[in-house]
Write a protein that binds this ligand. Structure first.
Ligand SMILES: [Zn+2]
Ligand SMILES: [Zn+2]
Length: 121
C-alpha cells in the first residue's frame, strides 16, 4: 500500500479527494442537507458543527478535520445516528462562534443595540 502510494502520488491524492467528497456527501444526506438554524440548503454553504461546541477537544486529540469526518461518515454508513453533530451554514456557524448565538435573540433577549461609528473610533 505504501509503495503503491509512493509510486502513484497523483492517483493517491485523487483517491483521497474522492473519499473526502464521498464522506462529506454521506454526512450531508444523514443530517438532512440543510442548516439546522436557518434552513440554508445550498450545500456548498454547509459545514459540520459540534452541537456542544467541543470541536477543539476533538482537534486536540488528533481527531479533528478530515479524520473526524471520515470516522463520522463510517458510523453513519453503519446506520448509527450521532446527535453530537449538526449541519450549519457558515454564517450561522460563525455567528455562534463569535457572538454565542445566531438567528435567535441575543442572550438576555431584545434587539441588539445599534452599532455607532462614534463608539468604535
Ligand atoms: Zn444557517
Ligand atoms: Zn442562524
Amino acid at each position: 500500500m505504501k509503495r503503491w502510494r509512493a509510486a502513484n502520488p497523483e492517483r493517491f491524492r485523487a483517491q483521497q479527494k474522492a473519499d473526502r467528497q464521498k464522506n462529506w456527501m454521506v454526512i450531508l444526506v444523514a443530517y438532512g442537507a440543510v442548516c439546522a438554524c436557518c434552513g440554508e440548503d445550498r450545500r456548498h454553504f454547509l459545514t459540520l458543527d459540534h452541537v456542544n461546541g467541543d470541536g477543539y477537544v476533538a482537534r486536540r486529540s488528533g481527531q479533528g478535520g478530515t479524520g473526524e469526518r471520515a470516522a463520522l461518515a463510517a458510523r453513519l454508513r453503519r446506520g448509527l445516528v450521532d446527535d453530537r453533530y449538526q449541519l450549519l451554514c457558515y454564517n450561522c456557524n460563525c455567528a455562534r462562534a463569535f457572538a454565542g448565538y445566531c438567528h435567535g435573540e441575543p442572550p438576555g433577549g431584545g434587539p441588539l443595540p445599534p452599532l455607532l461609528l462614534s463608539e468604535v473610533k
